[in-house]
Design a protein around this ligand. Structure first.
Ligand SMILES: [Zn+2]
Length: 162
């Protein structure tokens, strides 16, 4: 469990923020606001309905092999981009602050065969965000398109963008 002392962005009191461990997902535990301010923000936001939601639509746009290749290409492209930005910063004498962000997805575990590894992730191909999951030792492969849905009308509004 990691506890950090913070100063509230709004009321400026010092408070304790729990960065990890049991309780860190408490709705008033926030990196920016003290518990009182966060509670007030939560109560105000509760009055505003959620307008959009993600919908995972199962599809067969790509095969397991195609997805594996594209995920590999994406990883290599990210490393190349990172190195290019670093090189450019060095040439221009700027500090290099581009961090490589890779979203970590919890992989599933095969209790019958520990060597059967699961890979789960998301990859944007052209405009579509895909969620994929495959197993190393079997053909089991799942692919979903992530779409934006109007929470009220349930209308599909197209590809999900963050
Ligand atoms: Zn506060």
């Amino acid at each position: 469990m990691v506890i950090e002392q913070k100063r509230c962005s709004h009321c400026k009191v010092k408070y304790l923020y729990q960065a990890s461990g049991d309780g860190c997902h408490d709705i008033t535990n926030d990196e920016k606001y003290c518990h009182n301010c966060k509670d007030t923000i939560n109560k105000a936001l509760n009055k505003i309905p959620i307008m959009r939601e993600m919908s995972f639509i199962k599809c067969e746009d790509f095969t397991k092999k195609q997805m594996q290749e594209m995920v590999e290409i994406d990883k290599e492209a990210q490393i190349i981009m990172h190195e290019k930005k670093k090189q450019l910063a060095l040439e221009q004498g700027r500090p290099f602050i581009d961090l490589m962000f890779t979203r970590v997805f919890p992989a599933m575990f095969d209790w019958n065969d520990g060597d059967n590894k699961n890979t789960t992730g998301e990859l944007r191909i052209v405009d579509t965000l895909y969620s994929y999951s495959w197993w190393s030792k079997t053909d089991k492969f799942e692919l979903y398109k992530i779409m934006e849905i109007d929470s009220q009308t349930k209308e599909n509004l197209g590809n999900w963008f963050d």
